[in-house]
Design a protein around this ligand. Sequence first.
Ligand code: ADP
Ligand code: MG
Length: 305
Amino acid sequence: MPSEFEIIRRYFSRPARSALLGVGDDAALVEPAAGCELAVSTDLLLAGRHFAARAAPRALGHKALAVNLSDMAAMGATPRWATLALALPSADEAWLEEFAAGFYALAARFKVDLVGGDTTRGPLALCVTILGEVPRGRALRRDGAQPGDDVWVSGELGGAAFALEHPEDAAAEKRLHEPEPRVALGERLRGLASAAIDVSDGFTQDLGHVLERSGVGAVVRYADLPKFRIADPALEQRCVLAGGDDYELAFTAPQAARARIESLAAPLGVALARVGSIQAGAPRLELLDAQGRAMDVEPGYDHFA
Ligand code: ADP
Ligand code: MG
């Protein structure tokens, strides 16, 4: 069995192109571009809670990084550097090979350098910290939504949650295991969106965070939400409103930005749906059905509920 240091050397020591110093010292050295702020985010994925211990390692490598890239997208930040803390029950080389392949393939696509981490024996856990750059003062925060703004959603909602109940559905499985972080969209929304969040815990809950932080309400038309195709209406509603793991962006923007936002969809290859509007008042989400009647809003995923 390889030692801790052999694991690091063999699987996690590819040269960092955009860091002053990468893996191998006590800390990495990075230098953000002039005029940029650093955006920093961490996600911890635990076997048995966020994924099955027997999940395909290549997809896990992808997802561990993808969920962090999605946080950069939601901030309008450009991801640059990542660290990876790994707890492994054993040094399974076939597993490590595949995991590293999935991680580095996504990292290469987004020009992100793995610059450090930690490796220890323990119950399988994956923790990635990502660092990104955003021009000073231009990050997409949760607290900027204004009354009158439109509410927008990228891609489709519900596919990842649908896969949990229908693992035979290949398209849904892909949504769950290999989400596509909307980094380019986040970058293009700088200066257009007033607030943004990535949909990781369910649309109603995640939009709710924006409403809380911005101190506003919202009206959303269920019929206008972009949905993964699900035949059963009750299941559709549950997956679309409360399903997590889609990693689409929900964002708000002034009505004056409508045409510019619509024009982003084709070049980026991502659908953008205008689903409602921000209202003055208490941070409450009102969901309307096709007849304009208020619907019951289901909460999304809460680890402690
Ligand atoms: P230290 O004892 O100073 O924490 P380590 O021996 O844990 O250093 O790690 C040695 C080097 O390998 C460090 O540069 C660390 O960032 C890097 N490293 C350790 N584990 C990983 C990993 N899973 N992925 C990437 N880099 C790692
Ligand atoms: Mg260490």
